[in-house]
Write a protein that binds this ligand. Sequence first.
Ligand code: GLU
Length: 449
Amino acid sequence: MSFSLSAKYDSLSAFLESRAPNEPEFHQAVSEVIDDIKPIIDQSDAYKAANIFERLVEPERMISFQVAWQTDAGEIEVNRGYRVQFNGAIGAYKGGLRFHPTVNPSVLKFLAFEQTFKNALTGLPMGGAKGGSDFDPTGRSEAEIMRFCGAFMQELHRHIGPDIDVPAGDINVGGREIGYLFGAYRRITGHFQGVLTGKDESYAGSAMRTEATGYGVMYFLSDMLEAHDDGLDGKTVIISGAGNVATYAAEKAIALGGKVISLSDSSGFVHDPEGLTQEKIDWVRAHKSKPGASLQPYVDKFGGDWSEGKTPWGLEGDIAAPCATQNELDGDAAKTLVKNGIKAVIEGANMPSTTDAKEVFQSKKVLFAPGKAANAGGVAVSGLEISQNRKRQSDDAEDIDASLRTIMSNIHAACVEEGKRDGHVDYTKGANVAGLRKVADAMVAQGVA
Ligand code: GLU
């Protein structure tokens, strides 16, 4: 599609190269929404007059800071910390913190951009943000992780607040790290307030936040299959990842009658033809809580096969649920999945399928749910945690789970409504258009300074 949003640039790539040089992940995320949102912007005089496109792809604020911290051996290490406050039109900034060596401005901008659409889809008032550090927790002691979190918050605390920006977890930032970050915030500022989500229930966290992303993924999948006269019962599910999203997605898939045959981490994947069980999942969670632990000992304990350095996309199954990280499923993997008869792909991670992979799924009309819709359950329950903190009361797990179920159904319905294309549902288009409308309307209403 030709690019005519600004007379200054004659192609989207020229625009992105000029505005955001050397940011491949961010370019990918923008390129993947442009065809869906450009016609909507073109049809609206208000969106065009407000220059929505250029404002939508420029973070409102990017903060980069030094994190100097002490190892157990007494050495001082220096990492880089970031917070990208991408779009605050519909609410205080909201999005996770990721600690991983791959964290850089491009990755965080793509994540915060996607988060803007995702948060809008939940129907809750949350703007889009993301942050983190290039810190690698692999092989670090708990004391080192605690000191790193303290040093990170030493700077971050001045940029966040319940009405400003409310971070949460992401890759390598779970309940333990949120606890250390919250403790540091409280000690530095003297305020006990809802400044992070994903907190433990012992200090104003929400029931079901840990489970929410993975459960939400499977709720969305159920709705998507049901809308196509099918269901999860009896389906074989290939899952990648072994963290929060993957393990709770596996748990819910099994509860809904599916058979989960894989999990993976950065060192390889487990194929368990017998299928995962609750006992096996509990073991994975306990085992993976040690920073950097490989999944490989799974096969010594429970059987199955370990494939070193490989991804599970060569397995045969009905459903693929990439729940590890961005660009983990490429075009060749997509072709193999299609050849092996895959029926649906549901993204638990953020942008786990490459552009090539998405094209393969789209050309073969494989049901495909993008992460910004399918994994929105996590941030949705974060939104419910914010509400509970505001009223200084906790809702019980059953009520939160029921709200999560409803929110995922609403997101599914919005994708169907906006994603109709030549007799089938393009869920990516649906998510992009529904997310855009909400954010762009708020931006138009608020004008510019
Ligand atoms: N990191 C999660 C995501 O990608 C959750 C963010 C949050 O709860 O703020 O949506």
